[in-house]
Design a protein around this ligand. Sequence first.
Ligand code: TRP
Length: 336
Amino acid sequence: MGKKRVLSGVQPTGNLHLGNYLGAIRNWVAGQSEYENFFCVVDLHAITVPHNPESLAEDTYTIAALYLACGIDLAHATIFVQSHVSAHSELAWLLNCVTPLNWLQDMIQFKEKAVKQGENVSTGLLDYPVLMAADILLYQADKVPVGEDQKQHLELTRDIAARFNHQFGKKKEPVLKLPEPLIRGEGARVMSLTDGTKKMSKSDPSELSRINLLDSPDTIAKKIKRCKTDLPKGLVFDDPERPECHNLLTIYMLVSGKTKEEVAAECADMGWGQFKPVLTEATIAALQPIQEKYHALMQEPGYLEGVLRQGREKASAIANETLTKVKVALGYSLPV
Ligand code: TRP
């Protein structure tokens, strides 16, 4: 039996931060040999909100290089850029026409982002989950690693696939595979440094709220020095009154590779003044090998281009096969 296929993607908006790494990419790396993996940089999603054309290409390369720097292994994974495989846009259009409008209007993330955009909400923002469905369904992915915030989009992907199969598939032969969520291990939810109840996020206006994977040691030290803490003596996990404390201990646990019990014992009698330098040092040490690998890759742009060219070829072959199946099911004449 072949390996199950995994697909995931990250948007090239801003830098990857510790939350992306500890909550997602690190787990992709840890499980990569069990699966046949496809990791894309979803640059078509990046323009659903206002974006900067000056930096889009560079940001896209940065994410691809960071995939490699974080340990994604080309023996197990294909890395590619979404816009390089035109089937993504094309399938999104076809799926648009089987997706009821109200399914999209009900998406939590759309409603949240739309509020922030006011009058300027694009049709693309509403359509974002259909493009994401296309990303996943094109590869007939078995599993999609998702965090809490993307669960609804994966559900929608399943609903779209089921509806398509029901309307256009033959009974015994579904055209599109329904993907399952790949739920990640406990303790991987990294929260903002300035508010322990909010997820660490690229879109938080405050740089102090997150540690980016490419932050210098000085910047990391400064951000940890200024992060939100509290007054009680001793540091503990799981106190609902102390979300920042729980978050910082969790980050320490993840970057140090220690167990929760070890960290709990080590920090039980610490104050913030003692803990912060320890956390700073462990964070810098965890990011150093990633940063070194990233900078080495950036010295060799030809290498990264080659990786993405090969990725595009491999991804296109699979994606185009699914696209053709979908078109045939819809009744299209294929070009001869
Ligand atoms: N919406 C995802 C996010 O913001 C990114 C994404 C786009 C994605 N296409 C995908 C994730 C396909 C998994 C699979 O995190």
